[in-house]
Design a protein around this ligand. Structure first.
Ligand code: NAP
Length: 256
């Protein structure tokens, strides 16, 4: 893909699942990768090893996206290690299941802090450096089909991803004049550790897959290909949109 060579990409939550797939894909396309993680250094090491084995370059940085100091550190690390930060992939995310009436303040705060506050202030730190250097850039948020679609039992997750949708739309307008594009990629059901309990429950899994027109869960690679396209030169004129990668799920979904 044209335009990734030599660019520097920060990928949050690149130690697992979708973020790991994105980091590997951008790395094999020639981008230098800052591999962010928070709790699992072994996952981050696996990501870097795969990128280097494929001839790319990557550096691990531990940064909790809920900490403003840490996200500034993450952006500064990209500039000090690789001399730039051109692409930001806000991928780190989490979910907590609870009936709406039982949801605690602690769970609400945690989900919003990781899924919405993190991308907000990381994007801010990323944009300030680009603005000062007068450079263009790309922000790609990994939201979810639940930026648009109800998910009973996951009101905090829906609120965070819906917020990410409006943040993306607003920033596309505000940052367009700086040459910075902003888009969301919205996965459907992807086989990663976030879905551990679902993947271990055969009946639930069969019911879900029956709702997916393409007849299978997605893979991190299914998502990474679209992210790579948006980050490449082919994505240069694309901003302000959400791109769904869900095997048709949104068009055919029924809660069990
Ligand atoms: P995952 O395998 O559980 O990975 C989550 C990643 O986020 C891990 O790398 C984790 O780091 C990182 N992370 C969590 N809290 C963090 C924090 N405070 N600071 C920095 N990193 C943090 O899940 P996934 O399925 O790949 O999810 C990635 C993104 O895709 C999320 O935003 C999720 O909402 C979205 N998504 C997933 C699906 C799906 O079906 N899988 C569908 C739609 C959207 P550590 O490993 O170091 O703990």
């Amino acid at each position: 893909m044209k335009g990734l060579q030599g660019k520097v990409a920060i990928v949050t939550g690149a130690s697992s699942g979708i973020g790991q797939g994105i980091a590997k894909r951008l790395g094999s396309g020639g981008a230098k990768i800052i591999v962010d993680y928070v709790g699992k250094p072994e996952g981050a090491e696996e990501t870097v090893r795969a990128i280097k084995d494929a001839g790319g370059d990557a550096e691990i940085v531990e940064a909790d996206v809920t900490s403003t100091d840490a996200v500034h550190g993450l952006v500064n690390a990209a500039w000090s290690v690789f001399g730039s930060a051109d692409i930001l992939v806000n991928n780190a995310g989490m979910e907590k299941e609870s009936a709406f009436w039982d949801t605690t303040e602690a769970d609400y705060d945690k989900v919003m802090a990781v899924n919405l506050r993190g991308p907000f202030f990381l994007a801010q730190a990323f944009v300030r450096r680009l603005r000062d250097a007068k450079k263009p850039g790309q922000i790609i948020n990994i939201s979810s089909v639940h930026e648009d679609m109800a998910f009973p039992g996951f009101a905090t997750y829906c609120a965070s991803k819906g917020g990410l949708r409006m943040l993306m739309r607003d920033l596309a307008v505000e940052l367009g004049p700086l040459g910075i594009t902003v888009n969301n990629v919205a996965p459907g059901a992807i086989a990663t550790p976030i879905n551990k309990s679902l993947l271990e429950n055969e009946a639930e899994l069969d019911a879900l897959v029956a709702n997916i027109p393409l007849g299978r869960m997605g893979t991190p690679e299914d998502v990474a290909g679209l992210v790579a396209f948006l980050a490449s030169d082919d994505g240069a004129y694309i901003t302000g949109s959400t791109f769904v990668v869900d095997g048709g799920l949104m068009r055919n979904y029924r809660e069990q």
